[in-house]
Design a protein around this ligand. Structure first.
Ligand code: AMP
Ligand code: MG
Length: 334
């Protein structure tokens, strides 16, 4: 909580100077929101105001959907059990309920008792006792999230839309930019990227997939058109206790961080909220189940284990491994 409040107090708006790429003017705006460094880049001279307006929209989404800010709708839902939706809560809750259903519960919007127990929103990370985990698993699995008209309610338990909010925000920002007449843009919210239109120089957008090793290293790049490219990984938020790494994507059935050999999952599709929810769910499901669900849903994926990068058939021509990863990973197209 303290960390998030501090981040909010230090909200850093940074308007990067304009520059030109090819013949089009490029303008980027950055802000820290949702505990994440967010950047919106627009092409075209007249689009600075539209990019600047994204800051307010992002802060509005955070103010409504944050699980820790005491003025948020989600906070009110978790403390009161029922709340009238604001601008975003109903849409996000409906999306989350839908993704829970198609992933057979691997994506669990009522996960907050477990996330809180592991300290992932407070920064007070520790391995909980097995008794506490069993109790929280019971609570999570008994919780029912419902949307009825404009009312969102939960029986027992607490929601946490952290696994979908950034993707949802990317979709909202893309709509805002489109509405303002922007024809080419890249929205980058942590591992959630959404591209708008096509690059003015006629080339595809090159979206990097981060290496789990960190340090700004890339596993490779995806050359794509207008779409969402969303990545979740165990390297993004974690802590180590007694030499074992514990990360923030929790299997709602066991109450422990998912542990199935995956280190990162990327989903490529049109809808960033769906891609965000699916990356979280796929990480929990493990590669075999996740890849057959991805095929059934018609979304493309990149699954990464300690030594392999599995790229789905639809991305075969679009993925280029980084030179530095060729020695460390085998790239398998499936
Ligand atoms: P992401 O980085 O998009 O995978 O989101 C991870 C965040 O989603 C965590 O920090 C939690 O807030 C939340 N979360 C963790 N496990 C789950 C789960 N099984 N289902 C839904 N949300 C989850
Ligand atoms: Mg997610």
């Amino acid at each position: 909580m303290k960390r998030i409040i501090t981040a909010l107090l230090l909200l850093a708006f940074m308007a990067l100077p304009s520059c030109t790429e090819g013949r089009a003017e490029v303008y980027s705006v950055s802000i820290t929101a949702m505990d994440t460094s967010c950047t919106v880049t627009v092409y075209g001279e007249d689009n600075k105001a539209a990019a600047d307006a994204c800051k307010e929209l992002l802060l509005g989404i955070e103010a409504e959907l944050s699980v820790t800010l005491s003025g948020s709708k989600v906070y009110a839902l978790n403390t009161g059990g029922k709340v009238e939706t604001g601008t975003h809560l109903k849409a996000v809750a409906e999306k989350a309920i839908g993704i829970k259903s198609i992933t057979d519960g691997a994506f669990e919007p009522c996960i907050y008792p477990l996330v809180k127990l592991w300290g992932f929103t407070t920064g007070d990370n520790r391995v909980p006792s097995s008794k506490a985990i069993t109790e929280a698993v019971g609570l999570v699995n008994n919780s029912v999230l419902k949307v009825s008209g404009n009312t969102v309610s939960i029986t027992d338990g607490m929601v946490d839309f952290g696994g979908i909010t950034k993707g949802y925000a990317a979709d909202m920002l893309a709509e805002e930019l489109k509405g303002a007449g922007v024809e080419a843009a890249v929205i980058s919210l942590g591992g959630n990227i959404k591209t708008l239109g096509s690059k003015p120089n006629g080339k595809p957008w090159n979206i990097g997939i981060s290496s789990p090793d960190g340090g700004g290293k890339l596993l490779g790049t995806l050359a794509v058109g207008e779409c969402a490219v969303v990545t979740s990984g165990s390297y993004i938020r974690n802590f180590t206790e007694n030499g074992k790494l514990y990360h923030h994507i929790i299997d709602p059935r066991t109450g422990y961080p998912a542990d199935n050999g995956l280190v990162s999952v990327t989903v490529v599709c049109d809808d960033a909220a769906m891609a965000d929810g699916l990356t979280t769910a796929f990480f929990v499901m493990g590669m075999e189940k996740a890849s057959s669900l991805a095929k059934a849903l018609g979304v493309d994926t990149v699954f990464v284990t300690d030594d392999c990068i599995y790229v789905s058939a639809g991305l075969k021509e679009k993925f280029t491994p980084d030179d530095s990863t060729r020695d460390e990973y085998s790239v398998i197209y499936n």
